[in-house]
Design a binder for this molecule. Structure first.
Ligand code: PHE
Length: 344
């Protein structure tokens, strides 16, 4: 019996040694130490032994059991440690790998340009105002010296909602609204950025919806030279100190005299190129001295007050400043276009 137990021990320890997984180890435990295992079997035969032999074999059997159990436990610990080691190895982080970039948003190019222009005029003492995009015929046209039937209404094909209500075709109605709102008729110095709408067919330079920034300065003794000074400063700050401006006679029903302002072409420095159509100049905005009728309708006495107004298109300014060749880029939201203008 002794030999039998020793043989079983040897056999079991061999199997424990060979086991490579926890599952195999468990199988060894069940096979040798389980109720139906060979050691239990041996012990069952103890009845046939003599009194003297019984405790010796019993002790040996317990020792063999204990040895096998200890071997299984220590093997289990080493398999578990190896598995943990393997898992840690697989999960190690390679800190030298490049990080995944987190995409960040940024202001739209048009928003940036409008804010830049706002800051520039705020620096010259203008305040920023707003007006409604859905406008009355009165403010969009009549209060700007464009009575019903006036041929210049055709200059701007409009989206009418009713006969008296339309989508504003320019930001100029905010001139009349601002002056009207001044109960005490004090001087006005404001700019107004906003969306405007026209019945245009969209192409590279036209859009049925675009942006304008209106400017209005009404006070005593406001002169054309003030207009020129403000616009010159604007042009130089926006496009560079070396830019020159020129004012060409033009026509708007709400200003008299009316002008269009050009800046010297920054691509060719006034020499003439394809951007400025060989003229050396690029048209930027419309402006003029506020028409006495407009002042009067808004309750300002044109004998006491005078003023200037201007209107510009930020899309056009952004296109010139950044060489954007199609106005539709501003509205089609192609992230590849927009991303180029995100400042960090
Ligand atoms: N409202 C004019 C336009 O839409 C621009 C303008 C504004 C001209 C103010 C003169 C004065 O074209």
């Amino acid at each position: 019996m002794k030999e039998q137990l020793h043989a079983l021990e040897k056999e079991a320890l061999q199997k424990v040694g060979d086991a490579t997984s926890l599952k195999e180890l468990q199988d060894v435990r069940v096979a040798y130490l389980g109720k139906k295992g060979p050691i239990t079997e041996v012990l069952r035969g103890m009845g046939k032994l003599s009194k003297e032999e019984r405790p010796i074999i019993g002790e040996l059997a317990n020792k063999v059991r204990g040895n096998i159990a200890d071997a299984i436990d220590s093997k289990k610990a080493s398999i578990e440690a190896a598995e943990l080691e393997k898992q840690l190895e697989e999960e190690t982080i390679d800190v030298t790998l490049p990080g995944r970039p987190v995409p960040t948003g940024g202001p739209h190019l048009l928003t940036s340009i409008v804010e830049e222009i706002e800051d520039l005029f705020i620096g010259m003492g203008f305040e920023v105002r707003e007006g409604p995009e859905v406008e009355t015929d009165y403010y969009n046209f009549e209060a700007l010296n464009l009575p019903k039937g006036h041929p210049a209404r055709d200059m701007q094909d409009s989206f009418y909602i009713t006969e008296e209500i339309l989508m504003r075709t320019h930001t100029s109605p905010v001139q009349a609204r601002t002056m009207n709102a001044m109960e005490d008729k004090r001087p006005v110095k404001m700019i107004c950025p906003g969306k405007v709408y026209r019945r245009d067919t969209d192409d590279a330079t036209h859009s049925h919806q675009f942006t304008q920034i209106e400017g209005l300065y009404v006070d005593k003794n406001v002169r054309m030279s003030d207009l020129k000074g403000v616009l010159d400063r604007f042009a130089k700050q926006m496009f560079g100190q070396e830019r020159e401006i020129r004012l060409r006679p033009s026509f708007f029903p709400f200003t008299e005299p009316s002008v269009e302002m050009d800046i010297s072409c920054k691509v060719c420095n006034g020499e003439g190129c394809s951007v400025c159509k060989q003229t050396g100049w690029i048209e930027i905005l419309g402006a003029g001295m506020v028409h006495p009728r407009v002042l009067e309708m808004a309750g300002y006495d044109p004998k006491v007050y005078s003023g200037f107004a201007f209107g510009m298109g930020p899309e056009r300014i952004a296109m010139l400043k950044y060489g954007v060749d199609d106005i539709r880029h501003f509205y089609t939201n192609d992230i590849r276009f927009l991303k180029q203008y995100h400042q960090a």
